[in-house]
Design a protein around this ligand. Structure first.
Ligand code: SF4
Length: 227
């Protein structure tokens, strides 16, 4: 029996679907093929058939560097994952982008709660407590650099800077806060006119950021310490 996340995923799969840098395509009798959205010659990709293989694929970038932030736009190329069931697809996507499907499903059902950055910083303890001393100007600059889609992170920011509803950064384009915008398009390397151009019509399921991640909190601490 499908759970609510799988039902949400199923409803989004009316055709090819982009989820971050992944292209999901339905095949045959209920199966799925996943690949990096920029890999155009599917036949030459290394094929796996186990959802758990996504753990290794997601671990390192093309240069072999560890990926601490799984929603950074540096998913490696050259792989193809064939999965038989929706349940396997859900598991694989959760390895690629931990927690993002559940947040997407909560957002679709109108139940997603977001947390302002200042609230996240104020509840830090120990060595991260000092991060709360960051100024609004520092936040403006830091978030613009650290969270930007092109080179930083592919999530759509839904949280505010503070309880008054100030925008997370005035220096990011308004699309960074728009769940209907395809954040990964800015860093796609696909050449114009390639054979898979039709997939530019693929729908997009956003990777949503409902609360600042630990890496951004650590950067806030570094900004304060560096003053
Ligand atoms: S705070 Fe959100 S948008 Fe910014 S880097 Fe972390 S996960 Fe990405």
């Amino acid at each position: 029996m499908q759970n609510s996340i799988e039902r949400c995923l199923d409803a989004a799969l009316t055709g090819p679907l982009y989820f971050g840098q992944i292209l999901i395509q339905k095949i045959g009798a209920g199966g799925f093929v996943l690949s990096h959205r920029d890999d155009k010659t599917l036949d030459e990709l290394k094929t796996s058939r186990n959802a758990e293989d996504a753990i290794e694929i997601a671990k390192y970038d093309d240069a072999g560097n560890y990926r601490p932030l799984k929603t950074a736009p540096n998913l490696r190329h050259g792989w193809r994952l064939e999965l038989d069931t929706l349940e396997e697809l859900r598991r694989a996507l959760d390895y690629f982008y931990p927690g993002r499907l559940a947040v997407f499903a909560a957002w679709k059902s109108g139940k997603l709660q977001t947390t302002p950055l200042r609230e996240t910083l104020n509840r830090q303890s120990g060595m991260y407590r000092i991060a709360a001393k960051i100024s609004d100007t520092q936040i403006d600059n830091l978030v613009a650099d650290f969270c930007r889609s092109n080179g930083g992170c592919l999530r759509t920011i839904l949280w505010k800077r503070d309880g008054d509803g100030a925008i997370a950064s005035t220096k990011l384009p308004k699309e960074k806060f728009d769940p209907s915008h395809d954040q990964a398009a800015a860093c796609s390397r696909r050449p114009v006119g390639d054979a898979r151009a039709s997939h530019s019509e693929a729908a997009t399921a956003p990777l949503l950021c409902q609360e600042a991640c630990n890496l951004l909190v650590a950067e806030c601490r570094t900004a304060v310490k560096g003053e």
